[in-house]
Design a protein around this ligand. Structure first.
Ligand code: MN
Length: 457
């Protein structure tokens, strides 16, 4: 999915991951302590079955979710040089609980792993407190059980040594303000209520502070991002099987979605873009309702969100299984630009500006091929070359001043010529490694011959 302006995280539209939500609700202590009481065979087998279910669920989650100890390490890192307080508000419950799904604010999630609404976080150099609402039995009949500071196992569930009910928040904020001159937060309706407490101080933006941590991914995060890429690749290939003249764009979306959900990734990383013919030139097309025709290309920009981590992958394929000469010409220019850019990705490389990876891609497109009027094609590459990917598809943090090992980003050049109804974008997710890059989405074909062969199957 292309970025309109560099590094604008505007596509936080994905759904929460059920697996992570369940992981947070699971109470390991309780699972471990449930004894199969000596009783009738029936009771016995029921206890064994429920233990087994818990064990299977827990072991499946153990592979998927990031351990609470990693969230503790992230907070410890944030606290290291902190001269004051970081005050974050988790997302409130959606106003209409019946129709809106909850998705945690991703900075809050990055630091806590907490996927329940209405939580608050207070961090100083020496302290960290998670604030939670009290139990609301009536609400919990709709939402399922939620955690609360008064629960006996709340430390195990949250990984916080200190959790408190919400009414303690103001008092603790006042106390934290004594810890240093700086106060960091994120703009939100809740954060505006902090103003009276901060009468003589500005609320500094916490985004860049946390973004500095989020830009470099941990091994556990890289595993999650690889999984999101793998599932997305498999889903793309399923979408390709729907390609034929007369099929609708949404047929491809349906096939994509089925594979995504079969793999336990229950939401998109962003609304899928499946644009055929003239729609292939519309960067953020998302109606996906057009009937596709012979001789057209279709841009498929779609990815899953798995365990709260996003992927972001685009391929452009011919509806009838074979590129026309002109489509192939444009396709090979975009592919050439992408390969040149990927070859330049390594620690120390600049992403923006003079001598940058972006410049390499732009120069390649400008020096290959022409439009119908004999003009160079650079002006048809109308968006950024890439962006960080993580919990958000356009993730927090900057790819500046230079790339570093552990960053995960997209490389996605494109050429869109409305006059010819040809739009081509090729997008992969990459991990910056010690001496180059690993393409996490590299198993999805992109050589034109490979694409045509895959479509012919
Ligand atoms: Mn993208």
């Amino acid at each position: 999915m292309p970025v309109v302006t560099e590094a604008s995280p505007i596509y936080g539209l994905a759904f929460e991951s059920l697996v992570v939500r369940v992981a947070r609700l699971l109470k390991p202590a309780r699972i471990a302590l449930t004894p199969p009481r000596p009783a009738t065979m029936w009771r016995m087998s029921r206890a064994v079955a429920s233990l087994l279910t818990c064990f299977l669920a827990a072991s499946a989650l153990a592979q998927a979710a990031i351990p609470l100890s990693e969230y503790q390490q992230r907070r410890a890192k944030l606290r290291e040089d902190l001269k004051g307080a970081v005050i974050l508000f988790g997302k409130p419950a959606p106003p209409d609980v019946d129709v809106n799904r909850f998705r945690q604010e991703t900075n809050f999630y990055y630091l806590t792993g907490w996927m329940q609404p209405d939580a608050r976080l207070l961090i100083t150099h020496d302290d960290e407190i998670l604030f939670l609402p009290h139990h609301n039995p009536r609400l919990e009949t709709f939402t399922g059980k939620r955690a609360s500071a008064e629960d006996a196992d709340i430390r195990v569930v949250t990984g916080f040594a200190k959790t408190m009910p919400l009414e303690k928040f103001e008092e603790q904020v006042r106390h934290a303000l004594d810890s240093g001159p700086e106060v960091y937060g994120l703009k939100s309706p809740e954060a505006e209520k902090l103003a009276p407490l901060l009468a003589f101080r500005d609320l500094l933006p916490a985004g860049p502070l946390i973004g500095k941590l989020r830009i470099k991914k941990s091994p556990a995060e890289i595993e999650e991002l690889q999984r999101a890429a793998d599932v997305s690749v498999e889903a793309h290939l399923a979408a390709w099987k729907q390609m034929k003249p007369g099929a609708f764009e949404f047929n491809a979306q349906a096939a994509f979605t089925e594979v995504m959900m079969k793999n336990g990734c229950l939401g998109y990383a962003y609304p899928p873009i499946i644009g055929s013919g003239p729609n292939s030139t519309v960067l953020h097309y998302e109606a996906n309702s057009r009937k596709m025709d012979r001789g057209e290309v279709v841009v498929i920009d779609a990815a899953a969100e798995c365990d709260a981590y996003a992927s972001d992958i685009t391929r452009t394929i011919p509806v009838s299984g074979k590129f026309s000469d002109r489509q192939l010409e444009i396709y090979e220019i975009v592919l050439g630009a992408q390969k040149a850019a990927i070859a330049a990705v390594k620690p120390g490389a600049k992403f923006y500006g003079d001598g940058s990876i972006t410049k390499i891609a732009q120069d390649y497109i400008n020096s290959h091929g022409k439009d119908k009027h004999g003009e160079p094609l650079g002006k048809y590459f109308t968006h950024g070359l890439g962006h960080p990917v993580g919990l958000d598809v356009h993730d927090a943090g900057r790819l500046e001043p230079v790339l570093e090992e552990g960053m995960v980003l997209t490389i996605e050049p494109g050429i869109y010529i409305p006059e010819e109804s040809i739009g081509v974008r090729i997008e992969d997710v990459l991990l910056v490694t010690k001496d180059g890059a690993k393409v996490l989405s590299g198993s999805l074909p992109k050589e034109p011959g490979d694409v045509e062969r895959a479509l012919g199957q």
